[in-house]
Ligand binder design. Sequence first.
Ligand code: ZN
Length: 459
Amino acid sequence: MTTILIQGCYIVTMNAGRTEYAYGHIAVSGNEITSVGPGAAPAGLDLTGARVIDATDCLATPGLVNTHHHLYQWATRGWAPDSTLFGWLTDLYPVWARIDEQAVMDAATAGLAWLARSGCTTTSDHHYVFPRLGGDVLGATVAAARQVGLRFQPTRGSMDLGASAGGLPPDEVVEDLDAVLAATDQAISDFHDPAPGSMVRIGVAPCSPFSVTGELMTEAAALARDRGVRLHTHVAETADEDEYCLEHFGCTPVEYLDSLGWLASDVWLAHGVHLDDAAIARLAVTGTGVAHCPTSNARLGAGICRTADLVAAGVPVGLGVDGSASNEESSLLAEAHQAVLMARATGGPQALTMRGALALATIGGARLLGRDDELGSIEAGKLADVALWRLDGLGQAGVIDPVAGLVLGARPPLELLLVNGSVVVERDEVRTVDEAAAARSAAAAAERLHLPASDAASA
Ligand code: ZN
């Protein structure tokens, strides 16, 4: 029985044929899309008790899929605004050493609510800072996602290579290898739901070549493959990382990952900015995905990802906002806009089309998370994750192509966001949590973290 019928809107399906309808309908039953097509809903559809939405002047797209984030960083936005990645990290590690369950809950709630406002229905998260007295910080992100109502792919991150052993992070923020593996195994048992339609799936994500030992990379991959979950890490983000890998491992970051068994179709990598032709070919042949994070890469002056070359080579590519401390805006729709601009700034006006960018933000992201069979497009039988954008306001009215209005224009108001068939945003307001309260709690968490450690202990 139909529970929601959306009709009268422009629809970008992102199906295999990239079908679009200038005036169409989407019928939802429970958590599933049951019908999509041109014109009004087909006769014979049982609309008893259904909510019928007149979506005139709106554009329906698949819910956006964010493939890289650090939600806890919402509480440390604005720090080290003019630094490189290594300088920024060095400033922030001691601050992050003070996070706890409450701070992460408050930061994640705000970050998730804001993602929902940018049309995002599924997000990944990469949490890699676990202070000894911080409580269950990963559990806090899962609880926040359940509260806001987004589909969630948190990854249990880790760092075990402290400064005393040649790594970048101070020893106070790294963990012991055995403790990491035990906690990761436990997180999979506690939270991972492999069933179709799942709202929470865990991944395994040692942080980066300069903060994790090769042994942990190898053991983490073995654990993930044993438990049947996906693998994620940062790679090839900056020229400094290239130098670090050359000095410590005698090769490029991608060659290093290859040597550890980390190039495969169950892996997606954040950034992939500094890739030569050989690296792109290896990613393509192994089916290893890349989460392109253009705003963060630009904010840190890291460089510009070779998106067009990756896509042309057949590498699976999605978009990520990255952590809120290196992308204060943290809006997934803005990443689609940035992806187009950056690709074209280096590759010319055909390097990435508007629809190509929207594909990265939807079906491309779903593929990275291994869920393109049930997410990322508006098709009968897929999960009911849909964004409905208003195009009749000042920002978009009269833009001749609705997709140009969405990707190149100002962010339109979000008329409706459905996740798993449930309303999360309506008339540009999050309906599952109190936005003002979430903002206040996140600001309070940020203020607590900004105190010097000695004051924080006595506060
Ligand atoms: Zn990141």
